[in-house]
Design a protein around this ligand. Structure first.
Ligand code: AP5
Length: 219
C-alpha cells in the first residue's frame, strides 16, 4: 500500500489526477480543500469559520486541517492515501509524518506537479465542476461530452468555484509560494520528491504518476 502526496499550486491538476487514482487503483483521496468546501456547503460551525478565509484565498489554520486529516485517516479504507492539497505548510508536513508513524504507515512519494503561472491562470479561469458528483472539467481541455450535463452522473448542476477569480487566485498563488513551496526542499531532503511535468496532457500526467507509483511500490 503506497501513500502519496500530490503537491502543486492551485490549478496544477491535483484533484484531476487524484480522482483518476481513486478510480483506477482504489486509492483514497484525502483533499482538505474538498473537506472544507463540504463544511461550508453543509453550513457547519467549521464551514462558517473558514468561509471568509477561503474566499480571500488564504490558508486556514494548521490545527483545523490536521484535525480533518487525522479524523479521515482513522475512518477511510482503501489501497493507500492520496494527500491532495495537504500538507501545505512545514508544521502540516511534520504532523503528517507523526500521523503516518503512529498508524504504522509511511510515505511512498511526493509528486510535485510542475505548472507555470500562465497555465494556472488559464486552468482556473476555465474550470467548472459538477455540484453533484464533484467531477472536474475545463471549458477547452476537458469539456463535457454533452453541453451542460456531467459525463459521470448526468447532473446539470455545473458550477464555477467561488475562489476561482483572478483576485483570489493571486492570493492563493502567493500563499503557495510563501508557505507551501518550502515543502519541495523538505521532501527533496527526505528523498521522497518526484517531480512530474504538470503541463503535459491529462493522460500523460497520469502516466508519469503511474511510473512513480509503480517504482515506489516495487522498492
Ligand atoms: P483546494 O481546493 O485544495 O484548492 P487548490 O490547491 O487551490 O487546488 P485546486 O483545487 O484549485 O487545483 P487542482 O490542483 O486540484 O487542479 P484541478 O485538478 O482542479 O483549496 C482551496 C482552499 O482551501 C485554499 O485556498 C485554502 O484556503 C483551503 N485549504 C485547503 N487545504 C488546506 C491546507 N492543507 N491548509 C490550509 N488551507 C487549506 O485542475 C484545474 C483545472 O485544470 C481543471 O479545469 C482541470 O480540468 C484542468 N486540468 C487539470 N489537469 C490538466 C492538464 N494536465 N492539462 C490541461 N488542463 C488540466
Amino acid at each position: 500500500m503506497t501513500n502519496i502526496i500530490l503537491l502543486g499550486p492551485p490549478g496544477a491538476g491535483k484533484g484531476t489526477q487524484a480522482r483518476r487514482l481513486v478510480e483506477e487503483r482504489g486509492m483514497v483521496q484525502l483533499s482538505t480543500g474538498d473537506m472544507l468546501k463540504e463544511a461550508i456547503a453543509d453550513g457547519t460551525e467549521l464551514g462558517r469559520k473558514v468561509e471568509g478565509i477561503m474566499a480571500r484565498g488564504e490558508l486556514v489554520t494548521d490545527e483545523i486541517v490536521i484535525g480533518l486529516i487525522d479524523e479521515k485517516m482513522k475512518s477511510a479504507k482503501g489501497s493507500g492515501f492520496i494527500f491532495d492539497g495537504f500538507p501545505r505548510t512545514l508544521p502540516q508536513a511534520d504532523a503528517l509524518a507523526d500521523l503516518l508513524d503512529r498508524s504504522g504507515q509511511s510515505l511512498g512519494a511526493v509528486i510535485e506537479m510542475r505548472v507555470d503561472d500562465e497555465a494556472l491562470v488559464d486552468r482556473i479561469a476555465g474550470r467548472f465542476t459538477c455540484g453533484n458528483c464533484g467531477e472536474v472539467y475545463h471549458k477547452t481541455t476537458k469539456p463535457t461530452a454533452k453541453e451542460g450535463a456531467c459525463d459521470v452522473c448526468g447532473s446539470h448542476d455545473l458550477r464555477h468555484r467561488a475562489d476561482d477569480n483572478p483576485e483570489t487566485l493571486k492570493q492563493r498563488l502567493m500563499e503557495y509560494y510563501k508557505k507551501t513551496s518550502p515543502l519541495i526542499g523538505y521532501y527533496y531532503h527526505d528523498g521522497k520528491l518526484a517531480p512530474v511535468d504538470g503541463l503535459a496532457e491529462i493522460d500523460d500526467v497520469a502516466k508519469s504518476i503511474a511510473v512513480v507509483l509503480d517504482r515506489t511500490a516495487a522498492s
